[in-house]
Design a protein around this ligand. Structure first.
Ligand code: HEM
Length: 255
């Protein structure tokens, strides 16, 4: 009997095995940089394909997508695998839930059009986390068939720029008007006071406490004002009742 018959059988079986079991997109799994041009299409995972990477038994792996970028999170199996606290984020793009914390079926969506600019900044902080901790594999929604960003991505990136600007502004404001220290005691009620370290802003001045109506956060908070007389010109800053104008500590009763 011809000795090669055995080899031929092995060869045929290997090819059959390869065709059946090696994932068709294995060749594009390793590309580290964002895809461009016609090859991009092969890097795209549809929603249904992504759902096959939810880490359940028999699934193709453990992936998660955020802002249309797909990461292999199998290293974080204890978080994202079956039984993990964040398993419901596996195999899908649940970008919105990263901000809302709404892990119901309604909240697990990639429609982020309801987010404010500052929330979008927080969402991109999550994206940066995945870029740092995990390996990117494919692209999901937010990219079209040729790998170009969709309108949804362009919109959210517009909000990102606005949010970064707002955040820089509020940080600058915190330096100008640092938060007060505060304490509460049952017999004396509340007290707010200023110190050169209050609000985590280390500075050379102490300042005096004022009620501040913040237009950005649309709430009232206690801030330290460097100069009591400039505070009088700002309608958003108000003295605490029955507290001397130059005192650096005020009893405030109930907040
Ligand atoms: C908007 C709400 C929240 C979101 C979107 C969120 C998301 C996540 C994600 C994605 C991870 C896994 C990170 C990784 O890959 O290493 C994680 C880890 C974790 N989260 Fe949350 N989380 C939220 C709220 C909370 C809250 C309220 C708590 C505490 C009560 C909490 C406690 C933890 C802990 C303990 C870990 C594990 C850290 C570790 O073992 O490395 N999370 N969270």
């Amino acid at each position: 009997p011809p000795f090669w018959k055995g080899y031929a059988l092995v060869a045929v079986l290997s090819i059959l095995f390869a065709v059946l079991f090696v994932p068709r997109d294995w060749s594009v799994l390793s590309g580290p940089k964002p895809p461009q041009g016609p090859l991009a299409a092969r890097l795209l995972l549809s929603r249904r394909e992504l759902a096959q990477y939810d880490g359940e038994e028999g699934s193709r792996g453990l992936y998660l997508a955020i802002l249309g970028r797909v990461f292999d999170v199998s290293k974080g199996h204890k978080h994202y695998g079956p039984g993990g606290a964040y398993h419901f984020m596996a195999g899908r793009d649940a970008s919105l839930a990263f901000i809302t914390g709404d892990f119901t079926e309604r909240g697990l969506t990639d429609d982020v059009s309801s987010l404010s600019p500052l929330q979008v900044v927080a969402l991109f902080d999550w994206l940066a986390f995945y870029q740092r901790e995990y390996k990117r594999t494919h692209l999901g929604r937010f990219y079209n068939e040729t790998g170009q960003p969709t309108e949804a991505l362009v919109n959210v990136e517009g909000l990102l720029a606005e949010g970064r600007h707002l955040k820089a502004q509020s940080e600058a404001e915190k330096v100008r008007l640092p938060p007060c220290n505060s304490e509460w005691s049952t017999n004396r009620g509340g007290r707010v006071w200023c110190s050169p370290k209050s609000g985590g802003v280390i500075r050379e001045w102490t300042g005096v406490p004022r009620r501040f109506f913040s237009p950005a956060s649309s709430g009232v908070q206690c801030v330290c004002v460097k100069d009591a007389s400039t505070a009088e010109e700002d309608p958003n800053l108000q003295k605490y009742d029955s507290c001397p104008a130059h005192a650096d500590s005020c009893f405030v009763g109930e907040h």
